[in-house]
Write a protein that binds this ligand. Structure first.
Ligand SMILES: NC(=O)c1ccc[n+]([C@@H]2O[C@H](COP(=O)([O-])OP(=O)(O)OC[C@H]3O[C@@H](n4cnc5c(N)ncnc54)[C@H](O)[C@@H]3O)[C@@H](O)[C@H]2O)c1
Length: 707
């Protein structure tokens, strides 16, 4: 722990500076609140101060509230006293912000009398994505300061705005260029010289024009649309509305009451679980204490196709030079074109500048010669999904890679043990399973074999962090965590379209429940051929069910490949990703169902959701029992970060506990009685836990497989 106090008061002549120092991101925990509170009291008692500057050292102004306190006793009262103390100081208080100022951090700034920020500052109120509302006065101060309409936009969007936008909104009074402390002190002195005094947000009145009935109606509508199945957005609208007619103190009381109700909601519990699950996934129990990660200063990627390009971009984005190798010169040329286009579109969308694009492009070197991979610390193979081909490449990598280099495969379905066995250094081999598009999707499954060394696992987890990926460690099995659980989920969706459900009915039911995209729409996006090829290559693994994935096969045989040729489960206008119902697709599916003699069936939305989700949850329990995933919450991370599972439902394992394992087991039995046992065998762990009356969370905590 550093010896610098968490909050100190410095004097610059007539000014007092409250300087907070709580690395890494000045999270507002109990120590910070206590330090801040002491500083405010010290200044209140000091008659010689004519203005106060509040600033934080390190990467950012207060980044937000301490999530670790979320499950503890309510802190709103403590926050309220602290912020009221700050706001009622009798001399002007200026918040000087930099970095990423979110939630509670911004609420502290709102309690100051003026706000300045450096130009790179980002400010936001992301609470609704955690199933709550701002709880430290934000719902009452923000609309008073910038107007109800603008406050609702900020709160409901949950996205940070940049300093320039914050200035336009009146959230920030001035943008400081150059040194923040110097600039902010000069700003404060200018205020004092102009005779400006305290300007308490709590004493302002919400501008009437920003708070009409129509504005609140529209916000309610937006909250409903943007956050289906959830209530925090709607609560936020109600509480902001209270700021327009309740006295400030009563509004704060009301906010506290409502935020504490929100914390008890399922959506909040799910979202908070998802947050902590991601944090926990980085911790790998069982690795020796002294294991050191290797350096990642240079990388190689073999195979310059869809995935190889995306992976090369990941490295270049992270500042790591990468050699992209392919056997085929024209494939390489295409790849460089693809990467260039990807970066160009980032420039066009204002995500990066054109100089940054050039820097990133320069980090990517293409090559046809394996000798160029000799300096790489990590090499990711992403060639066609063919075991003999991959083994041959790993033999070559064994010959050319430097000692200790991490040799990774991006395979989705092949046995990584067998790939590793092609080398004389199986301990350096593991899977790095990226998701498509690799430069966009946050999930990375890190797949260890029985031989992968602890140092290589450590290096891979650190690499994931450098690439800004959410890494989850898995063991080798068919499909690893994510795709293995997908198998039964998608199987039922495809089976139901053969039973007569329309693709739209399936996808709408899944999306209505909360999945980011229905699975049939996902297949159209990924390419129907991709799934078909996997099912042909692995036919011997799947149950002897003549209807198995036959919807995909039927569409594929009819030349429907999904979005790439404008027709799959749906049809698409050229250049558009909008799903249009297509009677032709339905007719192809019906014809296949007739030839397979699939009995038609009417499906309620509930049945659609249950039939897709129950096999998914059931497989999760098998994965847990087999130790393929380290912990239940890791499975949740895979599905929330890689498969569009709603965070507010926590993830599949959290959700299974939410509905109750007996409900899941009854559901498995119900569908087994209708469709037979082939696909509806409950996982042994499910049966066991139901018999014992335990939850997955309890089992995980007791077996060490939880958090
Ligand atoms: N596409 C996806 O959504 C996805 C997702 C996760 C993992 N994967 C896996 O990633 C891998 C690559 O998939 P993809 O979709 O990018 O394939 P792709 O067909 O787009 O690209 C494969 C590339 O490998 C090159 N190649 C073939 N033989 C080679 C050799 N001997 N040496 C060097 N290069 C060679 C080809 O020229 C081609 O450019 C596969 O193992 C696949 O299972 C794919």
């Amino acid at each position: 722990m550093s010896s610098i106090p968490v909050a100190r008061v410095e004097r610059e002549a007539e000014l007092a500076l409250i300087i907070v120092h709580s690395p890494p991101v000045n999270t507002i925990d109990a120590r910070v609140r206590a330090g801040l509170s002491a500083a405010v009291q010290e200044i209140a008692a000091d008659g010689t101060v004519s203005g106060v500057l509040l600033l934080c050292e390190g990467r950012t102004f207060f980044s937000g509230a301490d999530m670790g306190e979320f499950s503890g006793p309510p802190r709103e009262e403590e926050y309220r006293q602290l912020l009221n103390g700050l706001e009622t100081l009798s001399v002007p208080v200026v918040a000087a912000m930099h970095g990423t100022v979110l939630g509670g951090g911004l609420e502290i700034a709102l309690a100051c009398h003026y706000r300045v920020a450096d130009s790179a500052t980002r400010l936001g109120m992301p609470e609704v994505t955690l199933g709550i509302i701002p709880g430290a006065g934000g719902t009452q101060r923000l609309p008073r300061l910038i107007g109800a309409k603008q406050a609702l936009e900020l709160i409901l969007s949950a996205r940070p705005v940049d300093a320039a936008r914050a200035h336009e909104l009146g959230l920030v009074d001035a943008i400081i260029s150059g040194d923040l402390r110097t600039g902010a002190a000069a700003y404060l002195r200018t205020l004092l010289a102009a005779g400006k005094s305290v300007r308490r947000t709590g004493e302002m009145i919400v501008p009437a024009a920003t708070a009409t009935a129509e504005i609140f109606e529209r916000a309610t509508e937006q909250a409903r649309k943007q956050y289906p199945n959830r209530s925090a957005g709607l609560v936020a609208v109600e509480v902001v509305r209270a700021a327009t007619h309740m006295p400030f103190a009563a509004g704060l009381e009301y906010e506290t009451q409502r935020v504490n109700e929100c914390k008890q909601s399922g959506e909040s519990k799910g979202a908070v679980h998802a947050f902590f699950a991601e944090r926990e996934a980085r911790r790998i129990p069982g690795l020796p204490q002294d294991v050191q990660p290797g350096p990642i200063e240079a990388a190689g990627v073999v195979g310059a196709g869809t995935m190889g390009c995306g992976i090369a971009i990941c490295f270049a984005d992270a500042g790591i030079p990468v050699t992209l190798l392919d056997a085929n010169a024209s494939a390489l040329e295409r790849a460089v074109g693809t990467i260039d286009r990807t970066y160009r579109s980032m420039v066009d969308r204002g995500r990066i500048g054109s100089e940054e694009k050039d820097r990133r492009m320069q980090r990517i070197r293409s090559s046809l010669d394996y000798g160029d991979l000799g300096r790489a610390d990590v090499i990711v193979e992403a060639v066609f999904e063919d075991i003999a081909l991959k083994q041959g490449i790993f033999r070559t990598l064994d010959a050319v890679a430097k000692p200790g280099a991490v040799l990774a495969t991006n395979t989705s379905t092949l046995d990584i043990e067998q790939i590793a066995a092609a080398t004389g250094r199986a301990h350096d081999v593991l899977g790095l399973h990226f998701f498509s598009p690799a430069n966009v999707m946050p999930l990375l499954e890190v797949v260890r074999t029985t031989k992968t060394s602890p140092a290589v696992i450590r290096t891979a987890m650190d690499l994931a962090k450098a690439l800004r990926k959410t890494a989850v460690l898995a063991r080798v099995c068919y499909g690893f965590i994510g795709n293995r659980m997908m198998e039964g989920y998608a199987r039922e969706a495809e089976r139901m379209v053969l039973e007569g459900a329309t693709p739209r009915a399936i996808d709408s039911a899944l999306e209505g429940w909360g999945m980011a995209m229905g699975i049939l729409g996902v297949f159209d996006m990924a390419g129907i051929d991709v799934g078909v090829n996997v099912h042909i290559a692995n036919a011997q693994r799947f149950p002897p069910d003549p209807t198995y994935y036959q919807a995909d096969f039927a569409l594929h045989e009819a030349g429907r490949l999904g979005q790439k040729n404008g027709k799959g489960y749906y049809r698409y206008e050229p250049g558009s990703r909008t799903r249009i119902d297509d009677p032709q697709a339905v007719e192809i599916l019906r014809a296949r169902a007739r030839s397979l003699r699939v009995a038609p069936r009417a499906h309620s939305e509930r049945e659609i959701v249950e039939r897709c989700l129950y096999p998914l949850l059931n497989e999760g329990l098998r994965i847990l029992e087999e130790g393929v995933a380290l912990r239940a919450s890791d499975i949740d991370v895979v599905w929330t970060s890689g498969y569009g599972f709603p965070r507010y439902r926590g993830g599949p394992m959290f959700y299974a506990d939410t509905i109750g394992l007996p409900v899941l087991l009854d559901g498995m039995h119900k569908y087994r009685d209708i469709f037979g046992p082939m696909h509806w065998q409950p996982a042994p762990l499910l049966v066991q836990l139901v018999e014992q009356g335990r939850t997955i969370a309890q089992w995980a905590a007791e077996s060490g497989a939880g958090r």
